[in-house]
Design a protein around this ligand. Structure first.
Ligand SMILES: [Zn+2]
Length: 244
């Protein structure tokens, strides 16, 4: 993806803002100066992060009028991957176009009426074959009551470190984007196919509610999308630095 000068400036500004704040408070958020971190992130073949933009293709996910979750998921995920690249972290996306992934491994002749099932199965397979340290699913929420708003992070109960990663992302978002947000992280149940089955550190970020006008306006704003990705990046890099 080609970055405009303004977008690039935004990335760097926000990412430096977050890393500077963490340094000031004596935390090791973004280990740019660390040779260890550079070795892990740049020289390793495996991505440090595998970012999964939810839905795609014929599965738009949640919507608000013409606004489709699948498109916002991809935008925020690309922002996050770009910021990772700028800071020397290798990050991969499960999809980088508007498509479902049911035939990603081309392993069947007929996917029948189960495209969404196979799509999730393949995302799980991609995660487990990626060798990455952390899987981050990016989604947008929707609820019948318009008043529901705010980011919320889910984590898999199957792998140590997932809960901590979720807490860091939730806290960064609360601190820098939405101090009013009282939502708490949640362990995924069987209702979340991927997190219920995955056996590596994994979180799913429900970035906000398309059914809430304020959240929806933010989530479709380019500058907010960069801030959101920066907060997720800063939390992830702090998690990576603190992971055993
Ligand atoms: Zn979704």
């Amino acid at each position: 993806m080609k970055l405009s000068a303004r977008t690039l400036t935004n990335y760097i500004l926000f990412a430096f803002l977050f890393s500077s704040v963490c340094m000031i408070f004596g935390r090791t958020a973004v280990k740019l100066a660390s040779e260890d971190a550079a070795q892990v992130s740049v020289q390793s073949e495996s991505p440090v992060l595998l970012i999964d933009p939810g839905h795609g293709g014929e599965d738009g996910g949640a919507s608000s009028g013409e606004i489709l979750e699948k498109d916002l998921n991809l935008t925020v995920s690309r922002n996050l991957a770009d910021i990772c690249t700028i800071f020397g972290y290798k990050a991969d996306l499960t999809r980088n176009s508007d498509t479902l992934l049911y035939d990603a491994f081309d392993d069947m002749d007929d996917y029948g009426g189960k495209k969404k099932t196979y799509d999730l199965r393949n995302r799980l397979r991609m995660a487990e074959e990626s060798g990455s340290s952390l899987f981050i699913g990016i989604h947008m929420n929707k609820f019948p009551q318009e008043s529901s708003k705010g980011l919320q992070v889910y984590y898999t109960p199957n792998a140590d470190g997932s809960e901590n990663a979720a807490r860091m992302i939730q806290n960064y978002a609360k601190t820098y984007l939405m101090p009013w947000n009282q939502r708490e992280i949640k362990s995924a149940t069987s209702a979340i196919y991927l997190l219920h089955r995955i056996q590596m550190p994994a979180v799913l970020v429900e970035c906000g509610f398309l059914s809430n006008p304020e959240d929806c306006a933010n989530l479709t704003d380019r500058e907010y999308q960069v801030k959101l990705a920066s907060a997720i990046f800063a939390a992830s890099s702090e998690w990576l630095a603190s992971a055993p």
